[in-house]
Design a protein around this ligand. Structure first.
Ligand SMILES: Nc1ncnc2c1ncn2[C@@H]1O[C@H](COP(=O)(O)OP(=O)(O)OP(=O)(O)O)[C@@H](O)[C@H]1O
Ligand SMILES: [Mg+2]
Length: 498
């Protein structure tokens, strides 16, 4: 299943062929990612024609995000439905007042999509943008579970597209392939190395804040500033006509609109980043594959050609190839395809917070999955009784600027001078990006671990988190440096006082 911001698609692998499934209601291969909540929910084209406060679109842009995120704030301004804040997270408020999380909405959508495309299996491969954060993947996986789907694998969208390309163009060449995927909500670039039938993701980069919706919004804004009010949908239609060569709209020159949009520059940075991470020059890439509806725009193709010094290939069906690739991966997983081997990579570095809030990566980004790495850390104070291990993902040198995945405590049984304990912190990450972190006191052999696992992170709060939350509720101030024991003692006192 390719669960897209704007369009979704389901494909199956059968008798050696991966083919998209037709939506039995609309008779189309793709289904607009819209859902109208009513007595009987409707999705797809019917919901898209039904815009109003009970129809939710672009919910993929909200999933796994916090309310204060730039993306959510932008979405707030442009959609007809209501987005409100609860526990710092975004929720959609329906006409009835009912609140729904983006995860629940995705789950309901998937449930209906399944009915419309009439597939019977529970086990699916679901694609996600390569550059999705851990939290976004986690919530996507939960959405699948709400639709009673068992997610066998979360596959990166560009990687899926590459599998489809491979199935349509069998060759024994060893080469480097770049996939540039600009959909409605996200931008992903991946570089893969092909050696016979083995595909290895060497690098990926992207921007979760950039996609076709931004182009549409820019068209709408320009018209608005020039006294022409159009809906988002009308602006989108106009954008497509501009790609097809339209020269004028309501006496406004299309060239003027194009000059105003000015978003193509955003294509460059992630492309250069993947090249440099893979240690390659543009001409060492033998094919640049285009994926995602927005790459149909001629100026985008021209910009990619300029950066890559070669014409990108437009032979893949940008609307279907991601779902078809997911089905091929399903075929690999259930043994129907044995020749192709796919080695995926992690898009972000993983590590822990060390002295002065510095982020120390243990597993660097772009490492091939599954992977494992460890590093030795030590204490910063004499007779320290415990160490707090805070696990982050990201590239910033300051831990707080990255995404916190979880935290746990390792108690040290013996009192020792600062700098003397050897604490081994080990990271393991599996095919789906599920992270296991283990800390071991090498002298005593004592260890603690957490699994930052899809579908579990929210429920499994650490003890320290729970204590801090309770203190927050009581409006009691505490220090980040306090140990569990100290937090417990303060809490006990507070409870007694109450
Ligand atoms: N001919 C065209 N010219 C310009 N843009 C187009 C054209 N056709 C489709 N698009 C744009 O492509 C986007 C949809 O692409 P696509 O269906 O690949 O996105 P998606 O898979 O739903 O999103 P994502 O992968 O980001 O989750 C929309 O913004 C749409 O307006
Ligand atoms: Mg897509």
């Amino acid at each position: 299943i390719d669960l897209g911001t704007c369009n979704s698609c389901v494909a199956e692998y059968k008798n050696g062929i991966s083919s998209a499934l037709v939506n039995a209601v609309s008779k189309e291969f793709t289904t607009p990612s819209y859902i109208t909540f009513a007595e009987n929910n409707v999705i797809g084209l019917e919901a898209k024609q039904n815009l109003g406060t009970n129809t939710v679109s672009s919910f993929k842009r909200l999933i796994g995000r916090r309310f204060s995120d730039f993306e959510v704030q932008e979405q707030l301004k442009r959609v007809p439905y209501k987005i409100i804040e609860k526990d710092s997270l975004p929720f959609v408020q329906l006409q009835s007042g009912q609140l729904m999380s983006p995860t629940e909405i995705s789950g309901q959508f998937l449930k209906q999509l399944r009915e419309h495309t009439q597939f019977s299996t529970n086990q699916v491969v679901l694609t996600v943008p390569a550059y999705f954060t851990h939290q976004q993947k986690l919530e996507t996986e939960k959405a699948g579970a709400l639709a009673n789907l068992q997610i066998s694998r979360l596959l990166a969208e560009p990687t899926a597209a590459c599998l489809t390309y491979d199935s349509q163009n069998k060759s024994s060449l060893n080469e480097y392939i770049m996939v540039v995927d600009l959909g409605a909500g996200t931008y992903d670039v991946s570089v893969l190395e092909k050696q016979g039938d083995v595909y290895q993701v060497l690098s990926c980069a992207g921007n979760n804040f950039y996609g076709g919706d931004d182009y549409t919004r820019a068209v709408q804004l320009f018209l608005e500033q020039n006294g022409v009010q159009v809906s988002f949908q009308e602006a989108e239609k106009l954008k497509h006509e501009m790609s097809a060569g339209l020269k004028e709209f309501k006496q406004i020159s299309v060239q003027q609109i194009k000059n105003f949009i000015n978003l193509d520059e955003k294509l460059e940075k992630p492309i250069l980043q993947t090249l440099s991470d893979a240690n390659l020059q543009p001409l060492q890439i033998s094919k640049v594959l285009l994926v995602g509806g927005q790459t149909k725009q001629p100026s985008i193709q021209a910009k990619i050609q300029e950066i890559m010094k070669q014409k990108p290939l437009t032979t893949l069906n940008p609307d279907l190839c991601v779902a078809q690739g997911a089905a091929i991966q399903a075929g690999i997983m259930n043994g129907q395809i044995s020749s192709v081997l796919l080695l995926d990579a992690t898009p972000f570095s993983l590590g822990i917070e060390t002295m002065n809030g510095v982020f120390s990566p243990v597993l660097k980004r772009n490492v091939t999955l599954p992977a494992q790495a460890s590093q030795i850390f030590t204490t910063t104070e004499d007779n320290q009784q415990e160490v707090i291990i805070r696990v982050y993902q990201g590239e910033n040198q300051l831990a707080v600027r990255n995404t916190l995945l979880g935290e746990f405590i390792l108690s040290l049984d013996e009192k020792r001078p600062k700098g003397s304990p050897r604490i081994r912190v080990e990271f393991q990450i599996d095919q789906n990006g599920v992270v296991l972190v283990k800390a071991t006191d090498e002298k005593t052999g004592k260890e603690q671990k957490i699994q930052v696992k899809f579908g579990q992170q929210r429920e499994e709060k650490s003890e320290i988190q729970c204590l801090r939350e309770e203190l927050d509720q009581m409006k009691v101030k505490y220090s980040e440096k306090w140990s569990v024991e100290k937090l417990k003692a303060v809490l006990k006192k507070q409870r007694r006082r109450k």
